[in-house]
Design a protein. Sequence first.
Length: 219
Amino acid sequence: MGASQSALATVGREADARDASEVKRLLACGGDAEARERFAEIVHRHQRRASRIAYHYLRDVAEADEAVQDAFVKAYLHLGSFREELPFEVWFTRILVNGSLDRIKSRARRERWLLPRTENPDDGSSVLDQTPASGPSPEDALLASERQRRLSAALGQLPDRQRLVFVMTQVEGWSSKDVGAATGLNESTVRVHLFRAIRKLRKLLSDEPETAERERAVR
């Protein structure tokens, strides 16, 4: 992140702190309509970034939009617990990431009850066998979906701070210095959290020998 981007980020965080404080004040004195209008300014600043993060986890535009909307509603309803010493974007990102991971877990539970293939009533052959050759093969599509599921599940097992640092650096592209400035951690601590997150993800993703064997068999 360059100097100009860093300056813009600082201005944005200061605006977030002012708006969040004002929204809390308005809510405390019963000014709900004014509070919603003020909070809409925060939403406008973070909407695009939030959508990128949610899509990274969910890989579905409609579901990502729902996750972002839910996260903003939850942030608004729980704004009283927000403390200005932590940048709003960090606090909100934690809500968004946790909500996205909850959706992934719910999706996985639903998918366990779905049939893996649909039978053709005419000849009993699988619809998968009739997929046109021009697109990804059924095996490739299945493996891509499986890899995404495994990564999402592994991310859900990281401690909150490791998960947050991983998302901010690897998804949002923030430097360790900028993450440190946003979270109050020193730069070396950010690197430690990132190192541990990556190490744990690698271990979690390598601890599924059956999936690895399936991938090797398809190649």
